[in-house]
Design a protein around this ligand. Structure first.
Ligand code: GCW
Length: 717
């Protein structure tokens, strides 16, 4: 009996130890096992001096202690003042002594308010490391960066870092509903337990804030853009206030989605017309009420007149009227309005890809100073690959923020391993040519192209209450990578992958190299087995799970996959060239010509811009049909290769996470084959051609694939 109990206890402890690894994300703080590295750390890090006493500084101190004790096995001596050498001095500029302040003056000149300095200095011939910034949150960012140096086993000698975020608003968008379901969420239910708030503070809120701070995220929109006005009632605002209080010391501001019709729904007004004085007043009072509770409230995110959401157009007004009215309401308190440009209409027979530009571009320069227009990375909707949105660079007098989707609505939910920073980087590096060569999307987003003061990057969160936060252990890397790119949109995705792997799993080079390559390749793999050569929006309908290129019966034409691929006997693809819908004309001439011309259009975007025949010759000499089929096969092969790589990683990874990823890769492989077979069988009806030899034969019929139904697929509101 006793021994049984012992075994049980042992199992329980070992279970929770490895489950904790999943939960701890990239803040594992694994013991430094390399003896050379460990001894360098120990000889350079002997004391800690923490200056200041805000809650934020206490958090920074605790983080350092946890990091040191977990990674090095002991906490350096805590000192109340700088004595001896090899101390880490942690505190904001105003708390440093005059000598150190002087020493760092030129570094302080280089950083902005949220930037930090990590520097090895010598004072009175004594070596010290200083972690500082202009305020305590910046110091906290510096502490996390310093711990990342340890986590990735880099040297702590001669440190000389001055780093600032390149964007102001680095924000997660939670599409979380008040009933805790998450629209397009694949990692369980919403973290926000509205029922128990404000009195019950779940430890997860604190861990969420800490994790975001570790990558410099400084804002969170708690609620779905398909908004519910109830969040703006006192009953809920009290709960929001409780969350804001938890997040504040971590430098995270809370934002809410504003349902445009709220004045009617919760304010008993007859209208929500943005030009109606009563409506304007209602929003002013509502804002004042929110700021009374939450003085650093960030502002509103709005989806208006899009996919059935109410908006100014319901009253014959336009997006500018709506955005500016809300902007006036929050302006006295320093708030911002993030107004989404994701609009398209069933009454508009125009190419859907053109509609947001057509509607928003003419508004350039018309928005109030505290409005920022939030634009999705591509003109349709978060597909595995889209050319960059033509609005980027086309509104020089309007701040535009990027909206990426971290949750994998169209990229295999939380069962497919896809490293999204590769996709994000591709978009950010794209050259808009709007101010000549080198006018990249990143420069629009960080404000350097047009000297915008207000800048930002939003990511639709992939976080839920699953034990591992994101459903797939590797989806954690997408949250991490989003944060890193929001801080610095010029970072290389390989660098991000490597940082994440080292912090999350292991510093063993034999592990890092192949697994990093696998992550980098994973983005192209999903493009290949879902939508190669520029195909898009051919997933099944509603829930968006799995292939559905045959779907053609939805009420709105532009919801049907057949609208997008236009496969027929003559060929396949959407003609957006000058002889087609002329969507290319929304880009700068250099880009427009590149996409317009079949010779120069990148093959990865071919069927996005052109309808070509099944016999069209690809650059590698293959016909389009054969090339397409081979791409689908290549995607499946790539997943198989990912499985091989992962199987070899077993000895570097704890068994729980190893097995989770292994099982998930098996699902991904199965689903990659499903995509390949279903799409090729369907398109074959039009091409009338045999599959090339190297493509595996489908094991099911097209009818079978069409018959699959998933009424309870997750995330479908
Ligand atoms: O991608 C589509 C999603 C909707 C989402 C919408 C949007 C929140 O399928 O679920 O609604 O985009 O971005 O507003």
């Amino acid at each position: 009996m006793t021994s049984l109990r012992f075994v049980f206890l042992f199992l329980l402890i070992s279970f929770s130890a490895s489950a904790q690894k999943d939960y701890k994300l990239w803040l594992q703080y694994n013991t430094v096992t390399n003896p050379t590295v460990a001894s360098q750390y120990k000889s350079n890090l002997k004391g800690i001096v923490v200056l200041g006493n805000s809650e934020t500084i206490r958090i920074a101190e605790k983080e350092l202690k946890t990091g040191f004790s977990d990674m090095l096995g002991n906490i350096p001596e805590i000192k109340s003042e700088v004595k001896g050498e090899y101390n880490i001095i942690v505190g904001s500029q105003s708390n440093l002594n005059a000598e150190i302040k002087n020493e760092l003056q030129s570094d302080f000149d280089k950083i902005n308010n949220e930037g930090f300095i990590i520097k090895s200095i010598s004072i009175k011939n004594k070596k010290q490391i200083v972690i500082t910034g202009k305020n305590d949150v910046a110091v906290l960012y510096g502490v996390f960066h310093f711990l990342r140096i340890l986590q990735t086993n880099k040297s702590v000698k001669n440190l000389n870092i001055a780093d600032s975020p390149k964007t102001n608003i680095r924000i997660l968008n939670h599409w979380d509903n008040l009933d805790r379901t998450v629209e397009r969420g694949y990692a369980g239910f919403s973290l926000w337990n509205w029922q128990k708030l404000p009195d019950f503070i779940d430890q997860r809120y604190i861990d969420y804030a800490r994790t975001n701070a570790s990558i410099g995220i400084n804002g969170t929109v708690l609620t779905n853009v398909n908004a519910n006005a109830l969040i703006l009632t006192p009953q809920y605002l009290e709960k929001v206030e409780a969350l804001a209080n938890v997040f504040r010391p971590y430098g995270i501001k809370v934002y809410l989605t504003a349902r445009f019709s709220a004045p009617i729904e919760i304010g008993s007004l007859k209208t929500a017309d943005p030009k109606d004085p009563e409506v304007m007043n209602w929003w002013k009072n509502k804002s004042a009420e929110i700021y009374k509770r939450i003085p650093d409230f960030g502002g509103f995110l709005v989806k208006a007149n899009s996919e059935g959401q109410p908006g100014p157009q319901n009253y014959g007004r336009n997006h500018v009227d709506g955005a500016n009215m809300l902007a006036d309401a929050v302006a006295p308190f320093g708030g911002v309005v993030m107004w989404r440009a994701f609009v398209y209409s069933e009454h508009d027979a125009n190419d859907r890809a053109k509609q947001a530009y057509t509607e928003f571009q003419p508004y350039d320069g018309k928005f109030k100073e505290n409005v920022i227009v939030q634009v999705k990375n591509g003109a349709i909707d978060f597909q595995p690959r889209e050319p960059f949105h033509p609005l980027f660079g086309a509104m020089p007098k309007t701040p535009l923020m990027m909206e990426f989707q971290i949750t994998q609505e169209y990229l295999g939910f939380s069962t497919h391993l896809v490293f999204l920073p590769k996709l994000f980087q591709e978009v950010l590096e794209s050259d808009t040519y709007q101010k000549g060569k080198g006018s990249t999307v990143a420069k629009v987003v960080d404000g350097t192209l047009y000297q915008n003061k207000l800048t930002g990057i939003a990511g639709v969160a992939n976080i839920g209450n699953d034990l591992n936060w994101t459903g797939h252990p590797f989806a954690q890397a997408n949250w991490y990578g989003f944060g890193r790119l929001a801080w610095n949109p010029y970072l290389d995705s390989e660098v991000i992958a490597e940082e994440w792997l080292r912090s999350t799993f292991s510093n063993d080079e034999n592990f890092i190299k192949p697994v990093k390559d696998m992550m980098i390749e994973s983005r192209e793999a999903v493009v290949n087995y879902m939508t190669p050569l520029g195909l898009h929006h051919i997933m099944d309908t509603g829930h968006h799970y799995g292939p559905g290129p045959w779907v053609s019966n939805l009420s709105r034409p532009e919801w049907n996959p057949t609208y997008y691929h236009k496969a027929d006997k003559n060929g396949i693809g959407f003609d957006r060239s000058k002889s087609g819908t002329n969507a290319v004309s929304q880009y700068a001439p250099e880009v427009a010509n590149l996409f317009d011309n079949l010779e120069t259009c990148p093959e990865k975007d071919l069927l996005w811009f052109h309808h070509v025949s099944w016999d069209y010759k690809l650059k590698n000499g293959q016909t389009l049909w054969n090339g397409l089929a081979l791409k689908y096969q290549e995607g499946v092969n790539q997943v198989r290769e990912m499985q091989n790589v992962w199987n070899k990683a077993e000895k570097y990874v704890d068994s729980e996470r190893f097995n989770e990823v292994k099982m998930l890769l098996e699902i991904q492989h199965k689903e990659a084959k499903w995509w390949r077979d279903a799409c090729l069988l369907y398109f074959q009806q039009f091409s009338g051609k045999e599959l090339p030899e190297r493509v595996e034969k489908p094991t099911q019929t097209l009818e079978y694939f069409k018959s699959l139904k998933f009424p309870f697929a997750p995330g479908n509101g």
